[in-house]
Ligand binder design. Sequence first.
Ligand SMILES: [Zn+2]
Length: 267
Amino acid sequence: MLSCGGKLIRITVPYPLLMVVGILLLNTLGGCSLPLYKESQLEEQAQLQFETMRASTPVSNDVVTNEYVTCVANAIIATLPPTYANREWDVVVFDSQSINAFAMPGGHIGVFTGILAVAENQDQLAAIIGHEVAHVTEHHALERTNREATTQLGVMGATLALGGGEETADLLQKGAQLGLSLPYGRKQESGADAVGLMYMADAGFDPRQSVALWTNMEKKATAAPPEFMSTHPSPDSRKLDLIGHWATALPRYNAARAAGKRPNCRF
Ligand SMILES: [Zn+2]
């Protein structure tokens, strides 16, 4: 059974037709998107994945590093819409030379020590964390999961259409796992850049440092591009886009500074 515009749809067909019907059902209901997943399902999976990662990847115990990253993350979190600002966030510094950072639905932020060699100051780290958190507040993982489920996973859609049962639950879980592991699309990346820039500006971090960050990324990415950049737009196009958003971000930054938001996170 699927829900579409408040109306429940139930189909019952012999198995050989199941896959075809599922694909048609999921791809041809013009204008009506079928939300196979809810944010809460992704949050459950994200929690499991984050805990697994925390158990399998060395976590930095360095007090200064942890305080620095937490200070920047907390300043960003405080600017988020209340649903997100009032939630408890896990902020974990992973001891790894990988140039990477991420945020997951449910409120988990992971920063790898490798990226701290690229982000030269608190504002540049705020650009990274703002961007990652924007993926969460913009529901990008959910979009990605549902898109994958309706295109690549037609079989899943057909099985879900039958409704209920262990098999359905199993498929939902597998789909959520897959959805969380897929790279974001270009449009989502540009969107996260724009929204993240506003978060950092509202927190009192200089939005102009976002461009300096990407220049640093280019310098450090010599032979092999860092993992963080490989799934993101090219540095040149993202810098131009960011500069295009400064006209909106700078007044917000100035207003935040005037209101006393002057983060002082030291590393
Ligand atoms: Zn991104």
